[in-house]
Design a protein around this ligand. Structure first.
Ligand code: HEM
Ligand code: HEM
Length: 211
């Protein structure tokens, strides 16, 4: 019988639910603004702008909590990638997700007291949290204060480039979210990871660690 391990402390759970809801609002309002036309929009334009700006500002503050929390608690270590042999570990995990899981094989990097993230989770969480979101914040705040954007740099229009990076980041978060929701169903039972994110506790599967 496997025991339980406390993987998601309350501050992570509160940050995560806030972050998830705000990202959903930002994606919906962002898409609505992007496809705005004189014929009309899904969400009234001024409403979409307000929703987007307010959520964007709150998301930035919630990110600061995540950043400091990871810096000052042990949680940040889960995001630090050991590059030696990482490619092989990543392939093993990809094999498991695409083939192994359907052959009912045991996961190569079971979640538990020995490890919180498998290699694929580790790299995607690190990229989304420490690269893509910061790009979105920097460009989002620049779009809030467009007078701060350089007019032209090496012949490139500063506003268009900022807007492009912002939309590319938003696209990245949307794709991440789809993959994230699917992979989160790949526990022992499809609901296991979702329950863990609500209660904080996950089955300790480390006993299945391949030798
Ligand atoms: C998950 C996060 C986010 C997503 C998916 C997202 C997505 C988008 C999209 C698709 C647009 C429309 C751009 C266009 O069509 O030109 C937009 C515009 C904008 N976003 Fe975001 N955004 C996010 C976060 C933020 C944040 C954190 C801020 C600021 C703190 C922000 C501020 C703005 C502003 C000011 C605009 C208006 C610029 C314009 O109309 O060209 N966004 N966003
Ligand atoms: C409806 C939206 C979402 C749901 C239902 C959801 C679900 C989950 C679940 C079940 C976990 C824990 C197990 C696992 O890793 O599979 C998790 C962890 C995580 N999610 Fe999400 N998620 C959502 C949105 C997001 C968004 C938008 C982001 C980032 C932009 C995000 C970033 C993370 C991170 C970084 C972790 C690991 C946190 C840690 O323990 O340090 N999630 N999510």
């Amino acid at each position: 019988m496997s025991g339980k391990v406390y993987l998601y402390p309350i501050w992570i759970r509160l940050w995560h639910i806030t972050n998830a809801l705000l990202c959903l609002i930002l994606i919906i309002s962002g898409i609505s603004m992007h496809y705005a036309s004189p014929e009309g929009t899904r969400i009234r334009f001024d409403l979409a702008v307000s929703m987007h700006n307010i959520s964007g500002i709150i998301l930035t503050f919630s990110y600061v909590i995540f950043f400091l929390g990871n810096l000052f608690t042990g949680n940040g270590f889960n995001y630090v990638i050991q590059f030696r042999g990482f490619r092989q570990r990543l392939w093993k995990q990809m094999y498991y997700y695409t083939i192994g899981v359907f052959k009912k094989e045991e996961p190569p990097y079971p979640i538990g007291s020995a490890r919180k993230f498998n290699p694929l989770q580790q790299v995607t969480y690190a990229v989304i949290m420490y690269f893509i979101l910061p790009v979105i914040f920097i460009t989002g705040w620049a779009l809030l204060f467009p007078e701060s954007i350089v007019e032209e740099w090496l012949g490139i229009n500063g506003f268009a480039a900022t807007d492009f990076l912002h939309i590319a980041g938003g696209f990245g978060v949307s794709i991440f979210l789809l993959i994230h929701l699917y992979f989160a169903t790949m526990g022992k039972k499809p609901t296991d990871h979702y329950k863990a994110m609500l209660t904080g506790y996950h089955d300790d599967e480390s006993e299945h660690e391949p030798k």
